[in-house]
Design a protein around this ligand. Structure first.
Ligand code: C2E
Ligand code: MG
Ligand code: MG
Ligand code: MG
Length: 290
């Protein structure tokens, strides 16, 4: 009786609540099916050293090939699983498929480091490093040093000790780390001191307008300065034009990723892109800049 009244009270305030929960539940169910029915894909975006032209790695980016809706971007479906155990299921799927792709590329003579995005809740699972070790053991031809995990600053913020512990264990396996979207979190400086990261990725939101917005330029300059002071390699995201590339190089940031270099592509397209990249006239001049 009391329960009934509680329900009625709730409905009085928000009659759509149950319905919204139902919709969420169905969306999550549908995403779980997508994992199991092979509807997910990894696209790969090259990362290059602008000075030498060398391709230093690729970032794996998730896509959902939805049978009715077509190719969906992570922004369209990751919010559905945000904060749920499905983030861990997705993360394990992505790690496995990235390692599988590394194996396939290797058999084609392509040896490219792969960066994989890891969600905060996944990084904090206490068996994370053990499960990663098991996975690496199943792909013995892949050197763990070819794998780098991209984590957001916020991942560490929830539980710094747990994050550091898991990161140290993964590094003991030979796996590297990058801080993704650097500058968007709030205690960037502290994290730089504490986190054992191998790469700092300057967020694309600062890079995009750095040539027209003095504040963004100031942030980019500061991040590059800090990364240099901490002696950590850095990479700029969202490099769309040659003007961006030149400005970043002048500031001392030589690694880049962005539409100006290549859009994320299906893995089959990578060998062709790699073959043509050295001939790209528009980027060639960078190597000769001071
Ligand atoms: P992110 O890790 O910061 O990835 C970079 C995003 O910027 C990608 O979007 C990429 O396609 C886009 N991008 C690259 N170059 C440019 C450029 O020059 N201009 C612009 N405007 N955008 C550029 P995408 O693929 O939509 O991924 C968005 C976010 O979703 C990622 O941001 C990452 O946080 C998340 N994500 C992607 N794949 C995974 C995954 O496998 N697992 C998890 N947990 N998150 C993922
Ligand atoms: Mg990333
Ligand atoms: Mg990023
Ligand atoms: Mg991002």
């Amino acid at each position: 009786r009391a329960k009934q009244r509680g329900r009625d009270t709730y409905h009085f305030f928000d009659p759509n609540h149950d319905r919204r929960l139902q919709v969420r539940h169905e969306q999550r169910q549908r995403f779980m099916d997508a994992i199991n029915h092979d509807e997910l894909r990894l696209f790969y975006q090259p990362q290059v050293d602008m000075r030498s032209g060398q391709v230093v790695g690729v970032e794996a980016l998730i896509r959902w090939q939805h049978p009715e809706l077509g190719l969906l971007s992570p922004g369209e479906f990751l919010p559905i699983i945000d904060g749920t155990p499905l983030e861990v299921d997705l993360g394990e799927w992505v790690l496995e498929h990235a390692l599988r792709q590394l194996t396939l590329w290797q058999s084609d003579g392509i040896s490219l480091p792969v960066n994989v995005n890891i969600s905060p809740s996944h990084l904090l699972v206490n068996t994370f490093s053990q499960r990663l070790a098991d996975l690496l053991a199943r792909y013995p031809t892949v050197s763990p040093s070819l794998l780098k995990l991209e984590v957001l600053e916020s991942a560490a913020m929830h539980d710094v000790q747990a994050a550091l512990k898991n990161m140290a264990r993964c590094q003991a396996l030979g796996v590297g780390f990058a801080i993704d979207d650097f500058g968007t979190g709030f205690s960037s400086l502290t994290h730089l001191r504490q986190l054992p990261v191998n790469l700092i990725k300057i967020d694309q939101s600062f890079v995009r307008d750095m040539l027209i917005d003095q504040n963004d330029m100031a942030i980019v300059e500061s991040v590059i300065y800090m990364a240099n002071r901490f002696q950590r390699p850095m990479l700029a995201e969202g490099v769309e034009t040659l003007a961006h590339a030149k400005a970043l190089m002048a500031l001392g940031c030589e690694l880049a990723q962005g539409y100006g270099i290549a859009r994320p592509m299906p893995p089959e397209a990578m060998p062709v892109w790699l073959a043509h990249w050295p001939e790209r006239q528009d980027w060639r001049g960078l190597a000769t800049l001071q």
